[in-house]
Design a protein around this ligand. Sequence first.
Ligand code: PLP
Length: 249
Amino acid sequence: MTQPGPRGPASEHAAALPDRLADVQARIAAAATDHGRAPADVRLIAVSKGQPVAAIEAAWTAGQRDFGENYVQEWQAKAAALAHLPDLRWHFLGHLQRNKGKLVLGRVAVLHSVDDMVGIDALARAAHEAHVAQDVCLQINLAEETSKRGCTADDAELFCDVLLRSPGLRLRGLMTLPPPRDAAEFARPWFARLRTLRDRLARTLAGRPGVPPPHDWWLSMGMSGDFEVAIAEGATHVRVGTAIFGPRA
Ligand SMILES: *Cc1c(COP(=O)(O)O)cnc(C)c1O
């Protein structure tokens, strides 16, 4: 491996990061305002998978506090290296193998990727044993892609029901990853569908203990290529990686 020199890729990267972060923040604020929403109602999660610890630290220095990771080992190493940064909140976005749940529970702010029944069961037991109440989003595979995880829209109510009966897991909302397309507009129908599903669940589950209030169900949707469209369709959490950090290693 060659060491990047002072003017090599690594330093260019570090110099541009605060600008890119500010640009994403400005675009989030504009998209929210354009759709009659308060910018503060959209939380930016900087997706740092595949990025070095130094990049996360640079984003933190620029004011970013929420970071998303997908892989347990990578996240653990980064969390240990950055334990000195106050207020840093981790969001776990990846599939969690059954035996890994206990490593993440209570150590991340939100687990966005609750995606299968067996997983919920194992996670609920681990949360109970660890005496934690973990905020979670249910991942929905709207297009029913075999390459993706998540429950179908039809099964969402059943999954929510199981989550609501799991004291250690606090259902906060829904998450989705639409089929990848070049144009952001292709994602809009999927984002709209997640919002409609959220509205339906909020109605049918209203009043059950542990159900978020109707106005406070989260929608975790939108990435670098389409977060403005997601905000237009109601996203409360956008997960943005490359637009902030540049390409992943
Ligand atoms: C990697 C990833 C993102 C960020 O993707 P970008 O296109 O780099 O913004 C968002 N959400 C999930 C679940 C991811 O795995």
